[in-house]
Write a protein that binds this ligand. Structure first.
Ligand SMILES: [Zn+2]
Length: 269
């Protein structure tokens, strides 16, 4: 099998921003949103790692090399499996208060037992139960962190998951997590669409206030701009009109609907 340095694709996007990419389709071909983008922000005295990925290969030594003597904060954008499974390596992590309980327990990935892909052997060795970080701290809307020169603010954007967060920096970046990216969209059941749209509106308002804001999603291409948010908003709003085209997609227990720009998986439960 590959080593961690071949597994992750590491690039320096800006002097203070590294992107560590991981292909999640390696775990199961049902996932097509490659790559997952793990972001590392380097402040003067503190670094912030946004997500820890799939937990397949060690990540900590890679991060240690990049941050030098800085302190390290580790955040999860939300609890879905592709974002927090490397947490155990880091000891202490932060996630929105609504998702603290979920990631404080061993994470059950037994739904990958039938994956045709060789790499799931790494999960099998752990009996498909991935251990959590020792300490999980809660985040909430408006929390601010000073990394030295770079400041970040937590924006709570429920919808994709109850505790999804985005991060706004004072250096012009908006990390949109899985709230907005170009790729297959995972949505809650239809009754919760107003919440999804409300979170997208919140981000659209931020972009209207600050025109040069760059969007950094947790999957696929970056940086994006406000068009991503408005495309997604219009698409989700239009799902009602496409409802009779829905097809069941059982692995996700979801309805699948496609339009010209996105594929949507809408939870059935
Ligand atoms: Zn994701």
């Amino acid at each position: 099998m590959k080593s961690e340095n071949q597994h992750f694709d590491i690039s320096k996007h800006k002097e203070y921003l590294h992107v560590i990419k991981e292909n999640i389709s390696l775990v199961s071909p049902v996932y097509t949103n490659d790559p997952l983008n793990i972001y590392l922000l380097l402040g003067n005295h503190t670094a912030l790692l946004l997500d820890t990925g799939c937990g397949l290969y060690p990540l900590k030594s890679i991060i240690a090399d990049l941050i030098g003597k800085r302190e390290l904060l580790v955040f999860n954008t939300h609890y879905h499996w592709d974002h927090p499974l490397g947490n155990v390596e880091f000891g202490e992590v932060y996630i929105h208060e609504k998702e603290v309980d979920i990631i404080s327990k061993p994470y059950d990935v037994s739904y990958f037992m039938d994956s045709p892909n060789e790499i799931v052997k790494i999960y099998a060795e752990k009996n498909y139960l991935i251990p959590p970080a020792k300490k999980v701290n809660p985040l909430k809307e408006g929390d601010k962190f000073d990394l030295g020169k770079i400041k970040v603010e937590v924006i709570h954007c429920p919808g994709h998951s109850p505790g999804s967060i985005c991060l706004l920096t004072n250096t012009g970046e908006l990390f949109t997590s899985d709230v907005a990216y170009y790729g297959d969209q995972f949505l809650p059941k239809r009754e919760k669409f107003p919440e999804v749209l409300n979170s997208l509106s919140k981000l659209i308002r931020l972009c209207e206030k600050q025109k040069d804001l760059e969007l950094y999603p947790s999957h696929r291409q970056y940086p994006c701009d406000i068009t991503l948010l408005t495309d997604l908003y219009k698409g989700i709003e239009n799902i009602d009109n496409l409802w009779n085209t829905k097809k069941p997609f059982d692995f996700f227990n979801a309805w699948q609907i496609d339009d010209e720009k996105f594929r949507y998986f809408i939870s059935r439960s």
